[in-house]
Design a protein around this ligand. Structure first.
Ligand SMILES: [Fe+2]
Ligand SMILES: [Fe+2]
Length: 377
């Protein structure tokens, strides 16, 4: 398919009427070529390297037919902001989705009846609303300095998505409170911790930490939705849909805080790198005790076999967190950009189904198939 004088350089999001909206700087080869619903299509683009780069060749994927067969050539000035690879560096458009989940009858150990796999996500959930409010505030500090209209839009949509995540997780956290989890205390502790952070850390560092946390949530989102991990195969359908919706949106907005940090905030490499170290430590120091207390509440701390089996699914050789490591550590590469890993096919499939029916339950079935719940109550 490629002529010898060309190299693959990225992906474009292209509309059928010929308007290129967004492109991603994605190395060709992995997780590419997903087709989205409606008028949006993914395309692979490539740049001619043996001549003055004036055009970008676009290889059409899927059912679109260009006027000249399968290959389309666009002048460089068609692109808003040429990047070193010859394309542009924008992400896909971010869409806030107002979804609601009926969590009232979710079983206590909703993830396949496994208390460890359930409480791991529960412990994250209990921290999400306060944490996401911190992310929003960190971004807002720099919002007015942004001149790029697309990034301004992305920031607005990022804020709406994170706000909705907080609302949905708050509802589920009420369910956990009814199980005996001291949600109020956890939230109060986190709020105090965040207030202290905001008091003593520079705003730029707060934004770097937000970008780092966003890297964590996006990498986790990609891992959750990956069929290799099979993390929610036997989960309660409502909770599975809830976490997949959240995970997809984390992938969608994974570059917003990063681009703001690199751009308007003028952030550098060392601060960014140190922020992920601090953020990772914080996740473990803040979330781990809550996780353990939940297991104690369930009487699981007296069952080492159950704990080891569950931890193995998270941290073992084939564990979901272990599998995230290469993408997670890519953050420390000096030229890193969140869209380096592109858009996982599974995320694109979720988006396509959601676009068609507006139903996160159906969209999650595209990934995991019909649910077989592992615990009755
Ligand atoms: Fe979120
Ligand atoms: Fe996020």
């Amino acid at each position: 398919m490629a002529a010898p004088d060309t190299v693959y350089t990225g992906l474009l999001l292209y509309r059928l009427d010929g308007v290129v909206f967004h492109s991603l700087h994605v190395p060709f080869g992995r997780r590419s070529c997903s087709i989205l619903a409606g008028q949006w299509k993914w395309l692979i683009c490539r740049r001619r390297v043996d001549e003055e780069p004036t055009h970008i060749d676009i290889w059409l994927i899927g059912q679109i037919k260009s006027p000249s067969g399968a290959l389309l050539s666009l002048p460089l000035d068609h692109f808003e902001e040429p990047c070193p690879c010859g394309g542009t560096m924008h992400s896909i458009p971010i869409k806030p989705r107002k979804v609601a989940f009926d969590v009232s009858s979710v079983p206590r150990h909703w993830n396949g009846g496994d208390p460890v796999l359930t409480r791991f996500f529960d412990a994250l959930s209990v921290h999400f609303p306060e944490g996401e409010r911190f992310f929003i505030q960190s971004v807002r500090h720099f919002q007015d300095q942004v001149t790029d209209t697309r990034l301004r839009d992305d920031i607005r949509h990022f804020i709406r998505q994170e706000g909705q995540h907080g609302i949905v997780h708050d509802r589920f956290n009420d369910v956990m409170a009814s199980q005996g989890v001291d949600v109020e205390k956890v939230t109060a502790n986190l709020r105090l911790f965040i207030r202290t952070t905001q008091k003593y850390l520079p705003k730029k560092y707060q934004l770097a930490m937000t970008a780092a946390f966003e890297h964590f949530t996006a990498t986790l989102g990609e891992a959750m939705i990956s069929d290799e991990n099979d993390m929610f195969r036997q989960a309660d359908p409502v909770m599975r849909a809830l976490f997949l919706w959240h995970g997809v949106e984390e992938v969608e907005h994974k570059a917003v805080a990063y681009d703001l940090y690199q751009g308007a905030a003028g952030g550098g490499y060392l601060t960014r790198a140190s922020a992920l170290v601090v953020a990772t430590l914080m996740v473990h120091l803040v979330v781990a005790p809550v996780f353990w207390n939940m297991l104690r509440l369930d009487g699981v701390t007296r069952q080492p076999g159950v704990i080891l089996r569950g931890l193995n699914k998270l941290y073992g050789r084939k564990g979901i967190l272990t599998g995230m490591l290469p993408e997670f550590l890519a953050w420390f590469r000096p030229g890193f950009h969140p869209w380096d890993t592109g858009m996982p096919e599974q995320v694109a499939a979720w988006l396509e189904e959601y676009e068609a029916h507006g139903d996160p339950m159906r969209a999650s079935q595209v990934i995991y198939g019909p649910a077989t719940v592992g615990e009755a109550a």
